[in-house]
Design a protein around this ligand. Sequence first.
Ligand code: 0O2
Length: 269
Amino acid sequence: MSEQTYMNEGIDSWNSFMLLYNSALKEMGTKVEILNDEFQHIHQYNPIEYVKKRIKTPESIVKKLKRYGYESTLENMSKYVNDVAGVRIVCSFTSDIYRLTDMIRAQDDITVLSIKDYIKNPKESGYKSYHMIVTIPIFLSDRVVDTKVEIQIRTIAMDFWASLEHKIYYKFEGNAPEYISRDLRECSSIVSMLDAKMLSLNEAIMEAKKEQGDPRPESWDRNAQAHTGDEDEDGISIQEEMEWNLHRSDLENEDEALNQASVQAGKKA
Ligand code: 0O2
């Protein structure tokens, strides 16, 4: 059953939808952890540095719908906002991104709705990341609902650029002077060079290790694990966030905004 059918069957409250999206995040989080564990088991190597999960705030959902020219209704949210539930996977190297996307796409219960490869085709801003919109089945007591999740996969360097670029643009409210945009694009090229250099260094070290008789092909990074946020026993850090990029003022207003927007969304639905 799709989210639309779920809605047509009269399940149309804000909380029911949030339950679905929260469950989808949990499912995806577990899937990613299992893939990381299996990879570690087979290759003695962790492709994932850390994972962030977030549910879009009601305020951001309303803002996005407005940007697209739609009214703030639950139906429009489920139809047009593809990233209410978002998982961001941050990998060590660019090659890990494509390994991981192949592994995700190979899972029978995941349906890939769309792919945007901003690594091969970076955005005008210089933004690089691999995006997938997928659906994942959520097993409720009396039905199964295919629920949308946006998966963003990028390297640490790409994540570093995107976080800071978001902050800088936030300050200018999208109207940064041209020289700032140009410098940001330049930084994005430096990020690509850094990623390429680190990848070739990793390959050179793997080669050198092999020549020294180390049977483990990717042993350099064997113990490299995530070191931020709450780590599970295997070291992969999964951070849950309200939004990808929280600012101090957002934090201060977060509760109030959330309450207001959910009341507003509830009223309009
Ligand atoms: P937030 O608050 O970060 O989630 P679609 O989802 O296809 O209907 P959209 O949202 O334009 O349309 O898709 P796209 O281009 O794949 O972008 C989705 C998300 O990627 C954005 O979500 C950002 O998180 C991130 N992103 C895209 N472009 C940029 C960029 O130039 N700089 C940075 N830092 N991040 C970017 P939201 O909803 O815009 O925001």
